[in-house]
Every structure is written in structure tokens, then in C-alpha cells.
Ligand binder design. Sequence first.
Ligand code: TXA
Ligand code: MG
Length: 543
Amino acid sequence: MRTILLPPDEAGIREAAEALRAGQVVGMPTETVYGLAANALDPQAVLKIFEAKGRPADNPLIVHIASLGQIHEVVSTFSPTAQKLADAFWPGPLTMILPRHPNIPNEVTAGLETVGVRMPSHPVARQLIEASGLPLAAPSANRSGKPSPTTAEHVLHDMDGRIPLIVDGGNCGVGVESTVVSVGDDAVRILRPGKISPEDFEKVVSEVTIDRGVLESVAQDAKVASPGMKYKHYAPNANVVMVEGSLWDFVRYVRVHADHSTGVLAFEEDRAVLQLPFFRYGYAADSESQAEELFDALRLIDEAGLKTVYARMPRRSGIGLAVYNRLLRACAFQVVHLNHPMQVVGLTGPTGSGKTSVSAVWARRGAQIINCDRVARELHQDAQVLLSLSTVFGSDILNSDHSLNRSRLAARAFATPDGLQKLNDIMLPPIIERTLQLLEEYQQDGCAVSVLDAPTLFESGLDAVCDVTVALEANRDTRADRIIQRDHLTKREVDNRMQAQHGAEFYRERADVVLVNDGDLKALHEKAGEWFDGYAKEHGLQP
Ligand code: TXA
Ligand code: MG
């Protein structure tokens, strides 16, 4: 059998719909992952899905519908709670386990009295269901045990010669499979996490529980709410190990354990500090991007032929719970928990907010301070850095003795719209590397607390190596006065500089702690000292 890719246009949909009506299996894009679709009412067609996937017969399929008008063809009762959930989340990435209609054959439900039903939002999936006039049974379109496919190429890779048609709908948006829930009375139990998160359900029903199988491994012979949970899933060829800890822990662990056949599965922000075969799955603080990229990354790892891959642990809120759940299975539940003894405190805030004063207070209490501005100034003597700066900002930012004319560089960088971005692009990678070296030195020295004093803590991604982040806030006029006195600038220059910086909300949104510097220096010292003492006590530190 040759497998043909069809475009998602009218003719493509028509051809695919005819194949479905004739009892064939078709690769179908959805907003989550690609599915292998067949007529849910035809046992022979459904058996072909199991054959093509190599799927165990006791793992039931999800039935896809395009409108609520079809619901009573597939379920025997549709409770008010199910209706409420449908109103809130359909069409979309939610699968509800509901009492099956007698029309639905055992081949679909694996003999269960329930059926999983979902109304996808992807236009191509909806058109296929409508054009075929059928409810479509569709599991993810991977070979059993492989990562779910998020592109038509992935489907072709796994299914070439096994199915006649794939409709190519491009990249799936969500990237992880739908949330599967069993529906109770004003309650849901999450059997498989997805884009629709526990937090989302809490807005619609009064009781939300997460099934044990979501976060724990399930014995092969166990009786589970969702049979899919007991199968080894998403298993790449490499041994994948998840490492819990900050980026800082991760970097140290990988530096010690890596050899020539080791890679890392990490976030874009981590790239600069990880000099190994790098597989990206999204951005550290953006669970949606992680969901989008995870399965593709796992497939790329397979192609690279690595022995071991260390993976950063994702956040577990929102869709992050789904990312964690899938990665946990790809790791076969191997997780290393690290707990570094040294606390890293990130200190940030706009210019003039009082960072230097606060660092001094903490230094007197035994903290080691890494002043990222100072690190930057040291790097301003680095030949490579100077070359990059003069290429971008003009050779006249260098003095005649080839030292950096800092005020001219600052004037250029703050005056042009993307100047600051360009400056960061040049300066941040070496600043990060040097900062990590300093952290390592302090940790080796047995230091209990080190402080990263960094005006661009969040923009640089260095916040990822911090255990806690503290932002200082001060009103604009106070800050302006301080800068004028400290740096001998004119009012206009100060305005320019402050214009280019973030407002208080930026820091409030990101920092764990905000200290407001609205009094005199003595008050700031007291406030900063008090916070530090509390933190040290809470963490049993003796700096
Ligand atoms: O996003 C998705 O849900 C994708 C796209 C194609 O729609 N489909 C998908 O199907 O991921 P599949 O077969 O790979 O996963 C279905 C999951 C399995 O874990 C299965 O055990 C569970 O849903 N399931 C299906 N019917 C069930 C039932 N009646 N009771 C409990 N769990 C069920
Ligand atoms: Mg699957």
C-alpha cells in the first residue's frame, strides 16, 4: 500500500471522506495531535486502526464528533454536567468518558460500558467528520509506544505503507493530546491531563480530582480508570532522565555526568549555558510552547542516536501538568531530585531603585554578591566583546587606547529603538557564563547564600538559576534624583534611560518578593535586613 498525502482543500477532504465511508483508515490533523481516523460504527474499519498502530486491543479509542447533534448517536445519556463541560470546552481538546450508545462497537471501547467522546476544534477534522457524515474513532496517529505525531511528516514516518491517506493540515497547535476526564455529578476526574487544565475545570464544576495514574507509575496488572495510562508511552530510544532542580542544579549535574553520547532536552533560555547536543522544548516560563514542541523534540532525539538525554523538569501548572505527565512517561519515571545547598537570591529592579544598598546590607550578613553590572564592566575589556560592540555600535565607541567609551556606548544603546536589544544580545551570553563560573566558585567555597544583583535578571534568563527573586521598587522621581547624583547625568539623559526600562508592573509580575523603597536609606536597610533574616531563618541558613 502506498500512503498518499492529501492537501486540506475541498478535493482532499472529499477523497478522505470517501475513503472513511468505504471503511478505510485516514490520518487526520486535529488541534492536539494527528489522529488515525475510521468509521466509529464499523468494527472492521476500527480493527484496521489497531493493526496500523500495533495497539493493544484492550486500549479503547476516542470517538470524534463535529456537533452536539451527533452526541446521541454515540452516548446513551448526556448529563447536565457533561452539557456544562461541552458548553465551556467544546469544540476543543477535551475528551469526556460517557456511557456508551449500543451503536458503538466493542472494538472501539475495548469492551467497556463507556466511550471517550471529543469534539475537535480543528477545521480539517471538523470538515472530515461532516463530509463523511460519521462519528470518527481516532487514536493518536503514532505507532504504539512512539511520541504522538504533531505534523503530517511524523504520521508518514510511522504509518508509511500502513494506511492509504493522510490529510496534511500542517503543525498541530496544542501539541499534546486532549484532556481526558470521567464526568461525575458537578465533578470531573482527570485521567489524562491536557490543555484544558485543572484550573480551567474549577471554573465550571465544583469538584476536580486528578487520578493517581497521572503522576505515578501504574503496575501492568493494575485496574486503572484509563487503560492508556498503564502502557509505556512516548518512549524514545535514548535513556531519558528528568532532572528536578533549578537551571543552576541542572548545569552542574550535566557537567559532571555527560559524555560524548549525552544530550539535553531543555528550554530555549538554557541553550547558552549547555554546551551539548541540545533539544529544545519551548521556553522555561511558557508551558504552552513546551507542549507544542515536546513530541517533535522526542522524535529528533531518536534520530540523533544518543545514549542518554537529561531533561529539565517543566512547571506543572496549567498545560504544564500535561507536559510533565508525558515527559515522565518518556523517562519511564526516572527522575533525579537535586537540592543544591547554596541558596541563590536574585536581586533586581530599575536603575536607581537601591540594588547596591540592599546588596551591601546582605553582604554584611554573609552573602556573596555577584554584581552583574561589574561582571559586564569586566567583560568590556574582553577583546571579542569589544569587537562585537564596535561592529554594531560604531568604532567610535572605543577610545584611542581601545578601551570602551562607556557613556558613548550607553548613549547609542539607549537612543536607538533596538539598541538595547542589540547590546543585550552581545553582552548577555558572556555575562551568563561568567556568572555561572562565579556561582560554582562560591558553592565550592561552601557559601550559604549568593546574591545575583542584576538589573536585567528576568530578561537575561538568569532568574532561572535563582531560588528566589527579589525586586526593588521606588517611585520615578526618587529614582531620577538618585541617578542624577550618582552618575552625574542631566535630567534629559536620565529620562531617556528610564524610558527604556520596564515599569513597576514588569517586576511585580515576575518577582517572588517586592520590596518597596519609599523611605530613606535607613528604612531601606531595615527592610532589606529584615527580609534577609526571615529568609535565612526559614531555610535554616547560617550565612
Ligand atoms: O487529542 C487526542 O485526544 C488525540 C486526537 C487524535 O484526538 N487522540 C488520542 O487518542 O490521544 P489515544 O487513543 O492516543 O488516547 C486515548 C486515551 C487513552 O489513554 C485511552 O485509554 C483513553 O483515552 N480512553 C479512551 N476511551 C476510554 C474509556 N472509555 N475509558 C477510559 N479511558 C478511555
Ligand atoms: Mg496515543
